[in-house]
Design a protein around this ligand. Structure first.
Ligand SMILES: Nc1ncnc2c1ncn2[C@@H]1O[C@H](COP(=O)(O)OP(=O)(O)OP(=O)(O)O)[C@@H](O)[C@H]1O
Length: 145
């Protein structure tokens, strides 16, 4: 047996280069968005909700300040989903397949954050959109603009 045979067989590891330019960092950030779209079903649901809200907002001719609230509401849920994915990845990186109470806590609390964010999103959307909805339906609304 020569010395070559004694070397442990290591799996070939991928390497990465640090971002050297602003555009390299931006490219990787867009790659992050693509990862969310291609891998995370729940993220795609948030994007569909955002597109529906965009369409409804255009149809209802929302005022500028209402667009602001709608944008905050939708972004809030999307950012919560991104943070949830980051936490899941970090937990999996740390514990792998092993059961761990803290891993469960981190993942469940991160998921609770998303549920809370979606609740806030829908509450804001309901508050902002309801007068437009009554107007669109031709119903005299109980609330004012
Ligand atoms: N290492 C672990 N130890 C203990 N419990 C875990 C562990 N990993 C996951 N869990 C539990 O299993 C659930 C599902 O975990 P999983 O990693 O599949 O999340 P997920 O379903 O991908 O989340 P999401 O639907 O937000 O993408 C978690 O919410 C958590 O309660």
């Amino acid at each position: 047996m020569d010395s070559q045979d004694k070397k442990p067989v290591m799996p070939k590891r991928k390497s990465y280069k640090r971002n050297k330019t602003f555009f390299a960092a931006l490219f990787n950030a867009f790659n992050g968005i693509w990862i969310m779209i291609s891998r995370e079903r729940n993220f795609r649901i948030h994007i569909v909700i955002a597109l529906v809200v965009l369409w409804v907002g255009i149809e209802f001719h929302l005022s500028r300040s209402d667009w602001l609230w709608v944008t905050v509401a939708v972004s809030f849920a999307i950012i919560a989903e991104i943070l949830n994915t980051i936490i899941e990845a970090v937990v999996d990186l740390t514990v792998g397949d092993r059961y761990d109470d803290l891993a469960k806590l981190a993942k469940d609390v991160a998921a609770a954050g998303v549920v809370f964010a979606v609740f806030v999103e829908f509450a804001i959307l309901a508050i902002i959109l309801q007068p437009y909805l009554w107007h669109w339906l031709g119903i005299h609304n109980l609330f004012t603009y």
